[in-house]
Design a protein around this ligand. Structure first.
Ligand code: GLU
Length: 472
């Protein structure tokens, strides 16, 4: 049996997108499931478009998601010697030849061929024995001489059998005239050199596969197995784009999704295991197989991600949630005004309402900020001159409490209701507006408890001032 070796081979030319990381995840899960090795290879040979920022972002996103690799990261720009030697070897063996056709000539020939209903591929002008050959003195690219007979048969592990006739595949460029090797060359050389047994990648690369198979054969390397994954689509079945949802993985980190929830969600994009939705990492590794990857596209449904994230958030202990929130809030420039026990209590009042750490943080504004802004409508309705006497009494009694805890706070309200016959709502709503600025919040005793005496009293006194001068 071949040792299973998979790889993720991103080009660092932009942000890592959810479709890309799904490819990484499937390669990782496949290797882990079969106790193989997972290799990270950065395909940075496009010098114009590759950036260090993108490399950092890709590596950071994989680390955040704990999609850990066993070997690498390898950088193709550090492996140029190997590519040069290989190209030399292919030239020597007659598997490659120099081509001096200029881009303008190629363009003109392509147009003419297409008008005549012919194939748009290279016309083999420079291939020995087929055309006039290269012109000395011109810049020369190097092309691979495709076999003219036979087929590339791909028994794809997702798409089943796909067959390309070699004669239909053009003699593709393996080195540009500036000497730089192209994607098809470097990917095949590396897959061979790194003994990759299973190439798992997006099906947008399927047209490259017959070229790469011809290259492995010319290099005398075994042809790996392939799994071409269908694309990730938006809910309207159009290719996933920013219109549907954030596409960069880092956005989900910034929005406060749990990495495990995102991994769980990505795993289910095109793969299924019965009707199970929530998987631990161990369960994913145990259950994953390429046979259960569907042939149709995975649909990116943000509501489902939110639902999953909520499951992960719900499962966190209060202490764990506090330790998630502190660095998350810090990343948003928020200094938490309390210790972890306080943070846990605070989050406890909101966790049922938030699907992400980001939502929870947004909702926690009145707990976190020194000062609050009153919602105009809420203030106009509840902070009226008529509300002043009751607000004053409640404030005095709260200020005088010997201890500040839920039960004691509650006794102030039940006492007042008993004495005055006021409804809890009539009492609680002005207090809520005073403390939070708005009319929707967790239970008012909890809010008081979490805010603490000092901040609560200060906000109540400010609200009383506002109410006193409000128009009738
Ligand atoms: N570097 C290629 C890309 O990011 C993928 C190469 C491959 O998986 O073969 O599109």
């Amino acid at each position: 049996m071949v040792a299973v070796r998979t790889r993720f081979a991103p080009s660092p030319t932009g942000a890592l997108h959810v479709g890309g990381v799904r490819t990484a995840l499937f390669s990782y899960l496949y290797a882990r499931h079969l106790r193989g090795r997972f290799v990270l290879r950065i395909e940075d040979t496009d010098r114009q478009r590759s950036t260090q920022a993108s490399v950092d972002e890709i590596i950071g996103a994989l680390r955040w998601l704990s999609i850990d690799w066993d070997e690498g990261p390898f950088f193709q720009t550090q492996r140029m010697e190997l590519y040069r030697e290989t190209i030399e070897r292919l030239l020597q063996a007659g598997h490659a030849y120099t081509c001096t056709c200029t881009p303008e000539e190629l363009d003109a020939k392509r147009k003419a061929a297409m008008q005549g209903g012919g194939s748009a591929g290279y016309d083999r002008h420079c291939r020995p024995g087929f055309g006039p050959g290269p012109e000395p003195g011109r810049p020369a690219a190097i092309r691979f001489a495709m076999p003219l007979e036979g087929e590339a048969v791909i028994d794809d592990l997702v798409k089943d059998r796909v067959v390309f006739r070699n004669a239909d595949v053009e003699d593709f460029v393996i080195a540009r005239s500036d000497g730089w090797p192209t994607y098809n060359l470097v990917a095949s050389v590396d897959d061979a050199d790194m003994s990759i047994s299973h190439v798992i990648r997006g099906d947008d690369l399927l047209p490259s596969t017959p070229k790469q198979i011809a290259l492995y054969k010319a290099l005398g390397a075994p042809v790996p197995s392939f799994a071409h994954l269908p694309q990730v689509l938006g809910v309207d079945r159009a290719r996933l784009s920013k219109r549907h949802a954030a596409t960069a993985v880092t956005s989900y980190r910034e929005l406060g999704y749990y990495p495990d929830a995102l991994v769980n969600f990505l795993a289910r994009l095109g793969w299924s295991h019965g009707d199970q939705e929530v998987f631990s990492r161990k369960e994913l590794i145990h259950a994953f197989s390429l046979e259960s990857v569907g042939r149709s596209a995975g649909v990116f449904n943000l509501e489902k991600l939110d639902w999953l994230n909520f499951q992960y958030l719900k499962a966190r202990s209060p202490a764990a949630l506090a330790s998630d929130l502190r660095p998350f809030m810090a990343s948003r420039g928020i200094a938490v005004p309390g210790d972890d026990a306080w943070l846990a209590r605070m989050a406890g009042t909101l966790r049922e309402r938030a699907k992400t750490l980001g939502e929870l943080t947004d909702m926690a504004g009145y707990y976190l900020a020194d000062e609050i802004t009153l919602d105009d409508k809420a203030a106009a309705k509840f902070l009226t001159p008529q509300s002043v006497p009751l607000l004053e009494t409640v404030t005095e009694r709260l200020a005088a409490l010997p201890v500040w805890d839920l039960a004691t706070i509650e006794s102030v309200f039940t006492g007042l209701i008993g004495e005055t016959g006021a409804k809890l709502g009539a009492l609680a709503q002005p207090v809520r507006v005073a403390l939070t600025g708005g009319t929707v919040s967790p239970g008012i005793y909890e809010v008081l408890d979490v805010l603490g005496r000092e901040r609560s009293i200060l906000r109540l006194r400010n609200a009383i001032e506002t109410a006193r001068v409000a128009a009738h």
